[in-house]
Design a protein around this ligand. Structure first.
Ligand SMILES: Nc1ncnc2c1ncn2[C@@H]1O[C@H](COP(=O)(O)OP(=O)(O)OP(=O)(O)O)[C@@H](O)[C@H]1O
Length: 661
């Protein structure tokens, strides 16, 4: 049976065939722009120049040194600076300049080694702590607090005292001292990155936790960790020199700035040049890395046609209607991409579980679009997330009923099976395309990841499929676009890319939560026309959560109206909008600008009263306090109205028959 034309005329008609091509945008390589940002700051320029200066000294020390740094001369001890010995000689007659230049390798090597040790231990600890949360997070952070309670040098001294004085042990000790700072920072930036929608998108694609961390978390926190490394390099260098000064660092005769300072102690009054040059090199190197770290901080710190099959339509039922419908449903259960039965979802709040989805039964067949509409807070997104298997872990749970996707009941699946289900059967498109894409990865990388997850495609196949996907979503010049970054695309194009990623694994169901609300009206129509076009080609079921009844009228087959966690009216869009039987649907329809305009209404009547507080619903019908039809009737206060067939749709109102068709 053909779906009848929607009663509400759409404001704008855009068909998939007339989609305008996306505009050309010149790519800009972001890595160079970061370098430019660093060099634009005086501290960045000076810091980088000094760091390069030290790197050159350390690398080319054997060629820069004017004398053998180990050669002793007892006839030339403690000589002041001269043209032969630029920085003078030490107590054994060795050339100080050559020893400082040679010592640059050891000193900087200890700094680099120490930061590496801290990075390799601290970053995984911090990321793990943020990712796993709970006890692991608690124990790790308490251990870090204990380590932080000791002054750096005391902690390093204790480690070297236990392990013995040697360059390797100094590296380990100074590295260990910096582990808490890395762990804390990595944890904090990982937590904020994990809250980004593109992480959720990745999880919805079925990516494993390791992959999410490696592909999305680490690249995003890399900038901040690089800044931290530079800043910590300076303090590591100073701690290592402190150990050297105390005789616990690099052992003689090897030159190292801290050790040299320690050796010069006895001559500080008589031959100050010994301490001056070593101290100067040490201080300036710490300053250089600090300046560079500050410049890096200012760059990276965030604060700086539808398949027409009747009988295959969506349906929803309350307790009474459900029995008959379920018998039909059972026959076709394996074919339905999405089905929920008496689904309840609760958030775990401080005051106990708060049920925000309260007994929703729905079914979406292949090739059909079911739109869920309702005021803010009615539970639409929570319902979608429950179907997407993306309820926030530990904070929300299915508290009753069931969700079946592609014939698999999700509550019975283990973690690996859920990941497979997400990858193979579910595509998700969220509202904010801008934040649903990882800003530090190219579009090619991100589409490639969606294709690669759980498959064994070769790089060439991934590339050709990525190009085909971009063509599918009407993005021109796809080969060039693959190398571009999200910021080089407009909002509408980003949303097309998100759709391409969601479709990468040819899902049976596409779940779209306000996919166009961040876009302007023309683009909204284009995106929904695109989704409809994709649906025609692939026969997917679509669940669309939206506030926009005009879009529902134009692009959905069926609609479910949600109020306070329940479906209060459902049926084919044309029927429900032509003759709403529930007073809430009636108010919702008449208060929608596009719908009201199409119906010739001049003013927009607001829905009376306040949206319900889902934790304190009245007895009986939840809509009762706002309902004009109720008018104090006792039945409305006594019994929760069940969803039952009234006319062409199902309605949860005791007095639904009072509205004529
Ligand atoms: N993490 C949470 N903890 C507790 N309650 C929550 C949480 N997230 C949402 N809720 C509550 O659950 C109810 C349903 O929220 P949901 O986001 O599903 O509604 P919605 O209809 O999608 O709203 P919107 O259209 O504004 O997105 C609301 O009352 C909301 O306050």
């Amino acid at each position: 049976m053909r779906r009848s034309e929607p009663a509400i005329a759409p404001q704008m008609q855009v068909t998939a065939g007339t989609l305008p091509q996306a505009p050309e945008i010149a790519p800009a390589p972001p890595r160079w722009s970061q370098l430019r940002q660093i060099l634009r700051q005086p501290k960045g320029m000076i810091g980088l120049a000094l760091v390069l200066f030290y790197a050159v000294i350390a690398l080319f020390a054997p060629w820069i040194a004017t004398h053998d740094p180990y050669a002793q001369s007892f006839i030339a001890t403690l000589q002041p600076p001269s043209s032969t010995h630029w920085f003078g000689t030490d107590e054994l007659g060795r050339d100080v300049f050559s020893r400082i230049v040679t010592g640059a390798r050891t000193s900087l090597g200890i700094g680099i080694g120490g930061v590496l040790v801290a990075f390799v231990i601290g970053v995984p600890l911090g990321v793990l702590s943020a990712w796993r949360g709970g006890k692991i997070d608690f124990l790790t952070m308490r251990a870090v607090d204990v380590m932080l309670s000791f002054p750096d040098i005391v902690f390093a001294l204790a480690v070297v005292a236990v392990l013995g004085a040697s360059t390797q042990n100094v590296i380990f000790a100074v590295g260990l001292v910096s582990v808490p700072v890395f762990a804390r920072t990595a944890r904090a930036v990982t937590l904020s990155t994990l809250a980004e929608p593109y992480i959720e998108g990745s999880v919805s694609l079925g990516c494993s936790p390791t992959r999410v961390v490696l592909r999305h978390v680490l690249p995003n926190i890399a900038g901040i960790l690089l800044t931290l490394s530079s800043l910590l390099f300076a303090s590591t260098l100073l701690t290592a020199s402190g150990l050297g000064f105390l005789g616990l660092g690099t052992q003689p005769p090897n030159p190292e700035w801290g050790t040299m300072l320690g050796e010069s102690r006895s001559y500080i009054r008589t031959h100050p040049h010994l301490a001056t040059f070593a101290g100067l090199f040490l201080a300036v190197s710490a300053l250089a890395f600090n300046l560079l770290g500050e410049a890096l901080r200012s760059v990276y710190d965030p604060s700086a046609p539808k398949v027409q099959k009747r009988g295959a339509g969506a349906w929803m039922n309350g307790a009474r209607g459900i029995a008959q419908r379920l018998s039909d449903a059972d026959a076709a259960a394996s074919a339905a991409p999405v089905e929920t039965r008496n689904l309840h979802v609760a958030y775990l709040t401080e005051d106990g579980p708060l049920e925000v989805v309260r007994g929703v039964s729905l079914r979406i067949e292949a090739g059909r679009t079911l739109a869920i509409v309702g005021e803010s807070g009615s539970g639409k997104s929570t319902l979608l997330r429950a179907i997407a298997t993306l309820l926030p872990q530990g904070r929300a749970a299915i508290s009753g009923g069931s969700v079946t996707v592609g014939g698999q009941q999700v509550e019975r699946l283990n973690t690996r099976q859920i990941r497979e289900l997400r990858r193979q059967k579910i595509g998700v498109v969220f509202q904010d395309a801008a934040s649903a894409l990882n800003p530090v990865l190219t579009i090619g990388d991100q589409i490639g990841e969606a294709l690669r997850t759980g498959s064994s495609l070769s790089p060439d196949e991934i590339r050709s499929r990525s190009i085909a996907l971009l063509e599918d979503v009407n993005i021109s010049d796809p080969e060039k676009r693959l190398a571009m970054y999200p910021h080089q695309f407009s909002g509408g194009m980003k949303q097309r890319i998100i759709i391409a990623m969601a479709l990468a694994q040819d899902p049976q169901v596409l779940l779209a939560d306000e996919p166009t609300s961040a876009l302007d009206v023309t683009i909204q129509q284009q995106i929904l026309a695109l989704l409809r076009d994709m649906q025609r080609k692939r026969g997917m079921a679509i669940l669309l959560v939206t506030h926009d009844l005009g879009l529902v009228a134009r692009y959905a087959d069926d609609v479910g109206v949600m109020y306070a966690g329940r479906i209060v009216e459902a049926g084919e869009v044309a029927e429900v909008f032509r003759a709403p039987r529930h007073p809430y649907t009636l108010s919702l329809r008449d208060s929608a600008p596009s719908v009201a305009a199409a119906r010739g209404l001049r003013s927009l009547p607001a829905i009376p009263g306040e949206p319900p507080n889902i934790g304190k619903l009245p007895d009986g019908c939840a809509f009762r306090p706002r309902c004009g039809r109720c008018d104090g009737r006792s039945l409305c206060a006594e019994a929760v109205p069940e969803l039952r067939p009234v006319g062409a749709q199902t309605t949860a109102c005791h007095f639904a028959e009072e509205t004529g068709a």
